[in-house]
Design a protein around this ligand. Structure first.
Ligand code: C5P
Length: 206
């Protein structure tokens, strides 16, 4: 069983994916980490983020151990990731990795932006998670403040709006719900309610 979870930044898709993976005993891949890791390699080797050739080389040579780098979780890495993620050849270089993960028995949970549309179009379960930009900004702000990052709510909201526009507006695999995805708006749901709704979607097709 492949469960594909897509949605914009801070929609709750990552937490939901983790919880579903634990519930069904499936491995989980946070595909945003791949793009974050490519951006990190560029920064570590002093390449500009718009150096397409260097980004493609970094994607092709990406070592799995790079996904464990705690620096990938920072606020500025999401922004940097969305820049390299708009490069079609970077996406192409990371496609097989993601599909290989999804093919592992007995299945997998993958979360990202294009899992249901491009990476696993045949996934048995597709969920598109949304929430208003303001609610997502509130969640991300609380999370960052909890980690000790000094940032204002307004800055986080600006980040989220900019990232939404870039992810939805790019020509290569833009953020979009697959035609056969179930929509899950988490704006007024807590995590337990969202998990219950998602399990309901999975059970409906099992
Ligand atoms: O999900 P996360 O916020 O970690 O993703 C960081 C960035 O990576 C996103 O803003 C998006 O541009 C890119 N991404 C993507 N496709 C995915 C996962 C992430 O383009 N499947």
């Amino acid at each position: 069983m492949i469960i594909a979870i897509d949605g914009p930044a801070a929609s709750g898709k990552g937490t939901l994916a983790k919880r579903l993976a634990a519930h069904y005993g499936l491995p989980h891949l946070d595909t945003g980490l791949l793009y974050r890791a490519v951006a990190r390699v560029l920064m570590d080797f002093d390449h500009k983020l718009d150096d397409d050739a260097a980004a493609v080389r970094a994607a092709q040579a990406l070592e799995p151990s790079r996904l464990d780098d705690p620096r990938l979780r920072g606020r500025e890495m999401g922004e940097a990731a969305s820049v390299v993620a708009a490069i079609p050849a970077v996406r192409a270089a990371l496609t097989e990795w993601q599909r290989g993960f999804a093919r592992r028995a007995p299945g997998a949970v993958l979360d990202g932006r294009d899992i249901g549309t491009v990476i696993c179009p045949d996934a048995q379960v597709k969920i598109f998670v949304t929430a208003t930009a303001e609610e997502r900004a509130r969640r991300r702000f609380r999370e960052l403040a909890g980690r000790g990052e000094t940032v204002t709510y307004e800055t986080v909201l600006d980040d989220i709006r900019r990232r939404d526009a870039r992810d939805s507006g790019r020509s290569a695999a833009p953020l979009a719900a697959a035609a056969d995805a179930r929509l899950l708006d988490t704006t007024s749901l807590d995590i337990e309610q969202a998990v219950r709704a998602a399990i309901g979607f999975v059970e409906a097709v099992r």
